[in-house]
Write a protein that binds this ligand. Structure first.
Ligand code: ADP
Ligand code: MG
Length: 245
């Protein structure tokens, strides 16, 4: 269905020692598509995300962004990480910088924007994620849900082509999960290309174009949420869903 491929993985393989963590992975993410990746712990979901952002190298196969192979190093690699933003479970904000500085920093360093221009964009994005009043605070003064929304604003500030989310709500107290999912829902509705590792099935059902189910380093199913949730095909997926739903 992916008419206009933005991210493509072809026959991707990777080992950690004896562990074959990514096994012949083939995945296409179309421009504007939202792909939710689910699967048991240890199935390779984080490694998959990290490979797309080149935080992990692969041993064979190809990964392309916009038809071009991922750059290996240097300025091109920094640009890739800006083009494909990543939001982690553990926010990863700079503790000694204000919220505003956290969102502006890479815009200045990587996108070469002037400070005033970067700060202006940062304030717009902080407003968009509901944090207009928090710009001068430090991360530790914010709740987990607020910090994660800062991390999303920081990724958006780079004008990314795609965003990767690796269990963005897993470290949050339950009452903060929705405020982060709502921002993600809004991005999805605006046409942002997203790969989202999550166990939030409500989000998968309402925002995903496709659900990719991974187990033991393999993509076992790649289908619409409707098809996946109502009639999973594999025993692995049936077993997984029976445990989480
Ligand atoms: P998931 O995100 O689905 O839980 P991961 O991609 O984090 O899975 O990990 C897949 C497997 O690879 C796990 O068994 C994990 O222990 C292993 N693994 C992940 N990162 C490393 C690493 N840097 N070195 C060795 N093994 C790793
Ligand atoms: Mg993981």
């Amino acid at each position: 269905m992916a008419v206009d491929p933005l991210i493509e993985l072809r026959d991707v393989n990777k080992h950690f020692g004896q562990l074959h963590v990514l096994q012949d992975i083939n995945l296409t993410v179309g421009r504007g598509e939202v792909v939710v990746v689910i699967g048991p712990s240890g199935s390779g979901k984080s490694t998959l995300c990290r490979a797309i952002n080149r935080l992990e190298t692969i041993e064979s196969g190809t990964i392309t962004l916009d038809g071009k192979p991922l750059p290996a190093e240097g300025k091109e690699l920094a640009a890739l990480r800006a083009d494909v933003g990543m939001v982690f479970q553990s926010f990863n904000l700079f503790a000694h910088k204000t919220v505003l500085a956290n969102v502006s920093l890479a815009q200045i360093k990587v996108r070469k924007r002037k400070k005033e221009e970067a700060d202006k964009r940062s304030r717009e994005l902080l407003e968009r994620v509901g944090l207009a009043n928090q710009a001068e605070k430090f991360p530790a003064q914010l709740s987990g849900g607020q910090q994660q929304r800062v991390a999303i604003a920081r990724a958006l500030a780079m004008n990314p082509k795609a965003l990767l989310f690796d269990e963005p709500t897993s470290a949050l107290d339950p009452e903060m999960i929705n405020e982060v999912l709502e921002v993600m829902q809004q991005l999805a509705a605006e046409g942002m290309t997203m790969v989202v590792v999550t166990h939030e099935m409500g989000f998968a059902r309402s925002a995903a174009n496709r659900v990719v189910f991974m187990a033991d380093g393999k993509i076992v199913e790649d289908r619409t949420p409707e098809a996946f949730f109502t009639a999973p095909e594999s025993d692995r997926a049936k077993d997984f869903l029976s445990k989480i739903l």
